[in-house]
Design a binder for this molecule. Structure first.
Ligand code: ATP
Ligand code: MG
Length: 417
């Protein structure tokens, strides 16, 4: 049985690749040039791996990757290249490669890929290359979006030992950098517009590492700096980040705009934050309605009820009923969360036993270990108050008064997935 096919037009490099494969423990590889006969070879051999040299002319390599992915869908397609730029990486992955390795291939790197493949055989369904993207959104200022996104990032990196980057998409006055007390040389705007000139190493070097282990990419300091950044560039930025980190957390502003739409479209999970203020709950209901209209998959949505005041008058259970949301997570009022932001050390960074920090650490662990289960459990316990019916009634009235379709620019790409 053919275990691997190596497609490379350069005989010496092709031989080197096959030698490296042998050293990594994979024998029986076959070498091919880029020819029209490859489709038949691939179909007949149905190898476990197809390695494609990704060198100029790129078009030829991209066609070979696409062809391999289409003809033998069970094979793991691996590109290898001397070009380590993010652009090359993305092109190969979009064509259907699961990995892009640096050429010449090293047996150690190959061993890692082979290992991952073995793990995948035991637990299929997870894409290997893309980290999980979480957009933290909410239709109001001051409801705790940044508190939640920064604490989650810190807990994912710390408690959950998961490589994590937090990207500040707040186009108004992003304060993720402040919440972590870090000052980077580069902002999300810089990296989005300069992505083509970055390779993976310089991309990572442009981020700031916080003591929690989370990497931070702050927002531009001036609102106007966002003006020249296109939503497509932000999407490419998140794609690039997701190719390097297990988790990409996106913090967003409190008003709906193209940036929030881009974040939602890219996200594997949309965490919709609401406070217990009736105005925030109403806006959340509107956003949920809008997402429903856009056929945004319900299983990607988690509503986070955040207690920003100690005595809100309604309970998270009331909100869960009022919104009819399938998945709800509650964060208790917690002065340590407030204090953590003030001193630039999110409370969930350490072992803080306060209620808010604990619940965000628990959510982080949940995301890291069983993300698909989040939607299956409404994590709100406790009582509904006597205000449940009243709240539901007020929401109903507010919803009929306010017209839907409040965001004409909403472009939720990729929702069919
Ligand atoms: N669970 C909580 N307990 C106590 N205080 C909280 C809690 N969540 C958030 N806060 C406090 O509420 C204030 C607003 O929080 P935050 O800045 O995270 O909101 P935001 O939604 O990101 O606001 P903006 O839209 O202006 O960026 C902060 O002072 C924060 O410390
Ligand atoms: Mg904020």
């Amino acid at each position: 049985m053919t275990t691997a096919i190596v497609i490379d037009s350069r005989p010496r490099e092709r031989q080197q690749a096959m030698d490296a494969l042998r050293q990594a423990g994979l024998s029986g590889a076959t070498g091919l040039d880029f020819t029209i006969a490859n489709t038949a070879h691939l179909r007949e051999a149905a190898p476990a791996f197809v390695f494609v040299a990704f060198e100029e002319p790129h078009q030829r390599a991209l066609q070979a990757i696409e062809q391999a992915a289409a003809v033998c869908p069970d094979s793991v397609v691996v590109a290898y290249s001397s070009d380590t730029s993010v652009a090359a990486f993305q092109a190969a992955v979009r064509a259907g490669a699961r990995f892009m390795l640096e050429s010449p291939l090293s047996p150690a790197e190959l061993g890692r890929v082979l290992n991952l493949h073995t793990r995948k055989a035991a637990a299929p369904a997870e894409p290997l290359l893309r980290g999980r993207v979480i957009a933290v959104v909410g239709q109001k200022g001051g409801i705790g979006k940044t508190t939640i996104s920064t604490n989650l990032a810190a807990a994912l990196a710390g408690e959950a030992h998961s490589s994590t980057v937090i990207v500040d998409f707040d186009t108004n006055f992003g304060d993720v950098g402040l919440a972590f007390d870090v000052h980077g040389d580069y902002t999300a705007g810089d990296l989005a517009s300069g992505l083509d000139s970055l390779d993976r190493e310089s991309f990572k070097d442009s981020l700031v590492l916080h003591e929690s282990g989370a990497y931070v990419l702050p927002a531009p300091r001036h609102v106007g700096d966002w003006l020249h950044v296109e939503p497509e560039q932000l999407e490419a930025l998140v794609d690039a980040a997701a190719s390097m980190f297990d988790h990409v957390i996106i913090d967003t502003p409190g008003a709906f705009n193209d940036t929030v739409a881009a974040a939602l479209a890219l996200a594997d999970h949309a965490f919709i934050v609401t406070s217990l203020e009736v105005t925030s709950i109403k806006n959340t209901a509107l956003l949920l309605d809008l997402l429903k209209e856009e056929e945004y998959p319900e299983e990607r949505i988690l509503v986070i009820v955040n207690n920003t005041s100690p005595d809100p008058g309604v309970t998270a259970m009331d909100v869960a009923h009022g919104l009819n949301a399938p998945s709800v997570w509650e964060v208790k009022f917690d002065n340590d969360l407030r204090h953590g932001t003030q001193v630039g050390r999110p409370a969930a960074t350490g072992k803080d036993k306060s209620a808010g920090a604990q619940s965000l650490r628990a959510l982080a662990l949940r995301i890291a270990t069983s993300p698909d289960q989040i939607d299956r459990r409404a994590a709100v316990r406790g009582q509904a108050s006597q205000n449940t019916a009243q709240l539901a009634d007020r929401l109903r009235k507010a919803m009929t008064r306010v017209p839907l379709g409040m965001a004409p620019n909403l472009r939720l790409k990729g929702n069919a997935a």
